[in-house]
Ligand binder design. Structure first.
Ligand code: PLP
Length: 327
């Protein structure tokens, strides 16, 4: 295991109870606010990047290349840390609607070099081409995979699991499950490994935001094996792919209405790409009786507020009452 990491994130992130929803569902529903890890570097990616960027600095790299969707939270967090540590940052972002807003806007302000590719193009190929080009220019680039979901970044959530154990002791609660969104697998892998290596029985339940259960189980196994070759059994992996809906970054009106209801009743903004889908999945599964053997349930809010693009905001506006200018 890596010992060295940056200390940039605001840790420990608080855990609090969702009172209204707990009452409605007859469970104790708690939320861990990993959306409070920071501002430019908010969300789950900073926990991973604390290890990744430390690794980059320790090994003498001067340039970072990473990738994601146009709306990528990981790309924004990487841009912020690179600015802070004087590392040249290249972002390969895939998508069409490259509006100058949200994360893309922040990345530009943070001085990242932005390379947009078409949905049909391979992110890995584009990163490799860029890598050769930068090397030829005399740079020493380091490739961070999508979501920083490799053995290095995953350390961030092994660490987060230790933090949760501490908080359980402080709060006098034992969580029956920890629930989270799965987008590139690193967050899940870290929590799952933290749980397995402490020999604890807490269920780690992931909700896929795209791709299938099989794809993610494969990805998680690969990451965990890089971290620890002694883990042989993976039969406690739980990744549910029933709530992917229309696909990555897409939302139905019903989903948007659910996010509005949570905002109004709990004062919490879920994001439309990750936490919204996962949290909606959790609530549906509880209603269907699939959490009947559990009482204390933890959800990790992994961030993502900048995922409300102009298009998404326009659609939400349609679902809300008109703003009145009369008093
Ligand atoms: C990236 C991301 C996730 C998913 O985490 P992975 O480690 O990529 O699976 C969840 N929520 C938000 C807001 C994210 O940006």
């Amino acid at each position: 295991m890596l010992q060295r990491k940056l200390n940039i994130a605001n840790l420990n992130t608080p855990i609090h109870k969702l009172e209204q929803l707990s009452q409605t569902l007859g469970k104790d529903i708690y939320i861990k606010r990993d959306d409070y890890t920071g501002t430019e570097i908010s969300g789950n990616k900073v926990r991973k990047l604390e290890y990744t960027i430390q690794y980059v600095l320790d090994h003498g790299y001067d340039t970072v290349i990473t990738t994601g969707a146009i709306t990528s939270n990981h790309a924004r967090a990487t841009a912020a840390l690179c600015a802070q540590f004087n590392i040249e940052c290249h972002l390969v972002l895939r998508g069409t609607n490259a509006e100058y807003e949200g994360n893309l806007f922040l990345e530009a302000m943070l001085g990242a070099h932005i390379h947009i590719i078409k949905p049909s193009e391979s992110r890995e190929e584009a990163m490799n081409i860029l890598y050769s080009k930068l090397e030829q220019e005399g740079k020493t680039p380091f490739l961070i995979p999508v979501g920083a979901s490799d053995w290095i970044g995953t350390h961030g959530y092994v660490n987060a699991y230790e933090e949760i154990i501490e908080q359980e002791a402080e709060l006098g609660i034992k969580f029956d499950s920890i629930n989270l969104a799965v987008g590139s697998g690193g967050t899940y892998a870290g929590l799952w490994y933290g749980n397995a290596s402490n020999n604890l029985a807490t269920k780690i339940i992931g909700y896929a935001v795209d791709q299938s259960t099989e794809d993610f189980e494969q990805k998680v196994k690969e990451i965990v094996k890089q971290l620890d070759q002694n883990i042989l059994s993976f039969n406690t992996l739980h990744i549910n792919d029933n709530y992917v809906g229309l696909g990555y970054g897409q939302a139905t009106d019903e989903e948007l209405q659910f996010y509005i209801n949570i905002a109004k009743t709990e004062g919490i903004i879920l994001d439309p790409t990750y936490t919204g889908k996962a949290f909606r999945g959790l609530v549906q599964e509880i209603k269907q009786g699939n959490y009947d053997d559990q009482q204390a349930i933890l959800f990790i809010h992994t961030g993502g507020i900048h995922g409300y693009t102009q298009e998404m905001r326009g659609r939400i506006k349609q679902l809300l009452p008109d703003i009145s200018d009369a008093v």
